[in-house]
Ligand binder design. Structure first.
Ligand code: NAD
Ligand code: WQD
Length: 343
């Protein structure tokens, strides 16, 4: 058995897929989640997929006493920290809730880690920290800036991690900057389960395909891109999950602390909104009715990663294609039209 890992937010979309990848790689896992944006059913399904119960603790990262109990009961090699709120629009309406959850929660977690001398952290950052990029592809040294509280919360945590690494050189702090995670586990048993009408493109397309939503609004067709629609670096969530395993493996290999080490997780390829719609329609055999609408406030034209650092340092690269991303999203959506809610 390999090292034990605490997975905060492990009941969520990326967390569940990562738990499976960690288990397959031989890590022991403990999931800590307050279920504010997830469900026990997701944990049950992960347990079924890995063929054994998951150790799950319902708790909030802002609850220092509860976290302390978890660290007293387990000896962790490190923490993968997914727990946080992620809806950009909601963060504009409720900035204090976002800073409280994402920034204060992370500070509480870091304080407990310091107390128990657990100094390895893999943090869910985001390509959103690059704002409107000056050049493409975006590498890790690109300037960072954010225009909404969600993005600002991720950037603030990155700054905190940088300061922490300067203050004490025994920390290993890897913010993984995800591009656009999509897709689902190939079993069709776990996937993204938005509470409400989806904000993000892939779940919206999936719900149009399955007949839950009438038509997709494509936000803008006058960008300077291949077909005028926005271009993003969509990455399959199981590739992303493997990126976390690669980051832990990397930390296990190190003989000296790495300090603050940000790494992009993307494919390095851009795909337009229209290209994704076409690919999804082909894979699912369903029409995806759409109409062009105004640009969405805060959106950028194009965003895709330089994936070289992950390849060179972590020996990881994304493998799955847009077709596979659409196939797996569609399998999850069509097998679970109401997500984890059993009706
Ligand atoms: P998710 O909402 O599915 O998962 C987050 C999990 O954290 C949920 O299970 C939720 O219940 C839990 N959580 C939230 N606040 C908590 C708290 N205070 N204490 C304990 N648990 C808490 O989201 P996801 O898509 O799996 O994203 C995981 C992480 O990756 C988030 O930090 C998100 O900001 C980041 N991220 C996501 C994307 C994306 O497009 N999905 C892109 C870049 C970064
Ligand atoms: C992708 C493209 C839209 C919905 C967001 C967050 C980012 C990160 C990932 C967490 C854009 C277009 C979308 C729709 C559309 N999350 N679109 N119609 O905005 O690149 O990134 O999720 O860290 O922080 O901002 O992803 O999926 O919302 O949009 O035309 O109904 O699809 O305009 O061009 P985005 P997205």
């Amino acid at each position: 058995m390999k090292n034990k890992i605490l997975v905060t937010g492990g009941a969520g979309y990326i967390g569940t897929h990562t738990c499976i990848a960690l288990h397959e790689a031989g890590y022991e896992i403990v999931v800590y989640d307050n279920l504010s944006n997830s469900s026990r059913e997701a944990i049950n399904r992960v347990s079924t997929l890995i063929g054994q119960p998951i150790e799950f603790i319902e708790g909030d990262i802002r609850d220092a006493e509860s976290l302390k109990q978890v660290f007293l009961s387990h000896h962790f090699f490190g923490v993968i920290h997914f727990a946080g709120l992620k809806a950009v629009g909601e963060s504009v309406a409720k900035p204090l809730m976002y800073y409280n959850n994402n920034v204060s929660g992370t500070i509480t977690l870091l304080e407990i880690m310091a107390k128990f001398n657990v100094k390895n952290l893999v943090f869910s950052s985001s390509a959103t920290v690059y704002g409107d990029p000056e050049s493409l592809p975006i590498d890790e040294n690109s300037p960072r800036s954010c225009t909404n509280p969600y993005g600002q919360s991720k950037l603030t945590v990155e700054h905190i991690l940088e300061d922490l690494a300067v203050s004490d050189d025994s920390w290993n702090l890897i913010p993984l900057r995800y591009f656009n995670p999509v897709g689902a586990h190939p079993s069709g048993q776990i996937g993204e389960d938005p509470n409400d009408i989806p904000n993000n493109l892939m779940p919206y397309i999936s719900q149009v395909a399955v007949g839950k939503l009438a038509k997709l609004n494509i936000f803008g067709n006058d960008y300077q891109t291949i077909d005028g629609t926005g271009v993003r670096d969509f990455i399959h969530v199981t590739d992303l999950a493997q990126g976390h395993v690669a980051a832990l493996n990397y930390l296990e290999r190190q003989v000296a602390p790495v300090g603050f080490l940000p790494i992009n997780l993307g494919t390095g390829k851009g795909t337009s909104v229209l290209e994704l719609v076409t690919a999804f329609s082909k894979v699912s055999g369903q029409p995806i009715p759409y109409q062009f609408a105004d640009r969405r406030a805060g959106d950028i034209a194009s965003c895709y990663a330089s994936a070289d650092k992950a390849k060179n340092l972590l020996e990881w690269q994304a493998k799955l294609s847009i077709t596979e991303m659409c196939q797996d999203s569609w399998r999850w959506q069509s097998m679970n039209p109401n997500g984890y809610t059993v009706t």
